[in-house]
Design a protein around this ligand. Sequence first.
Ligand code: AMP
Length: 424
Amino acid sequence: MSFTDFRLHPTLLRGVADLGFEVPTPIQRAAMPPAIEGRDVLACAMTGSGKTAAFMLPLLQRLLGGRKGATRVLVLTPTRELAAQIEEHTRRLGRHAGIGVAAVIGGVAPGPQVQALRRGVEIVVATPGRLLDHLRAGVASFDKLEALVLDEADRMLDMGFIPDVRRILGYLPRRRQTLFFSATMPPPVVTLSRDMLNAPAAIDIERPAAPAVGITHAVYPVPPELKSPLLVALLEGAALQSVLVFTRTKHRANRLAEALERRGFAVARIHGNRSQAQRTAALAGFKAGTYRVLVATDIAARGIDVTGISHVVNFDVPNVPEDYIHRVGRTARAEATGDAITLVSPDEESDLRVIERTIGRRLERAKLEGFDYTKRPAERLEIPLAQRIATIRTRKADERSRARANAARRGGYGPARPTRVSSR
Ligand code: AMP
């Protein structure tokens, strides 16, 4: 089967050819025919399956007919990175078709978005929060909307966006085509899909609980304090060329990135506390090869598509098996091969067993030859909480005594000491 079999407009086929797509992926083969017919679609498919083109090509085909000057397609997606990626992908697919697309996301100045919405840009790719702001301010009007895509519905649920999605639905015409994508189908997502879809073509391409084929998985048992040195040792080997590293928290992402930088690695970071400009620069630098390592937390990295990632490293074992599947899905995309490495400390073994049960197999344990598993680490990744609290207390006590001394010098009384009030 080839893309010409879908009877796509020649301008779209040129866009497909520019991107180097020769054969449609399974999700494209299954979802495009009903979507081109104008039917609703309910698809269980993961990022990396080619789903963006699966929903966007039929919608671009629809937009080629009809008039300009109004927003006719809305794509809702959970993260800014994914929105930016879909916008870029759409721009490239529709390059020869002259169809306008704009991303409406938080973390960037709203001015250009307001202009695009007022102008009636044909395709809007949005994250729910920022779009709701514009809708409430009366900036966006979707009276002429013909199609809605809900992307990564399960992650919308995880991130607490379902109420916002429902609010947005209240601003959209009831008569429309809806394409609904989710990697997994937890009950609230099923309920939402029932509320949104009308006699959909149901497509289940990849079993939700299975990572993509072509990935080799290795698990390195290691004491928690040696995770950082072990990662350094792994990076010192030549095999890990372009590495996406996941940590459990933003704090650990920062500390790990700093530790790797000190060891001379080119590292970028991406997590929720970084500004949109910082995240964009990190991703662009990683894609361009300026950074060999990208350290990320789950939410920020969900769905990001970087071709040529050689390895995904789970610096921490994810708490939920779905996150493992999504994380390792960043490698071995579009049939390349890649390796997933998980560093597991003894207290994470039980989480790992849940993952093994979910994916239906035991993951191979590995040991790095020549690495000293008994050594004491030169630096700690995290300062224990009790120690952090003690440091803060000491600092505050110093500040108070300095303030009192200053006040005494000025002849005042200084801030009153807190008095204990007895209830007796
Ligand atoms: P997506 O699931 O839409 O994020 O796509 C994942 C990756 O697969 C992207 O890098 C796409 O450019 C690529 N891709 C999508 N469709 C095809 C195709 N038919 N052939 C080759 N690569 C594709």
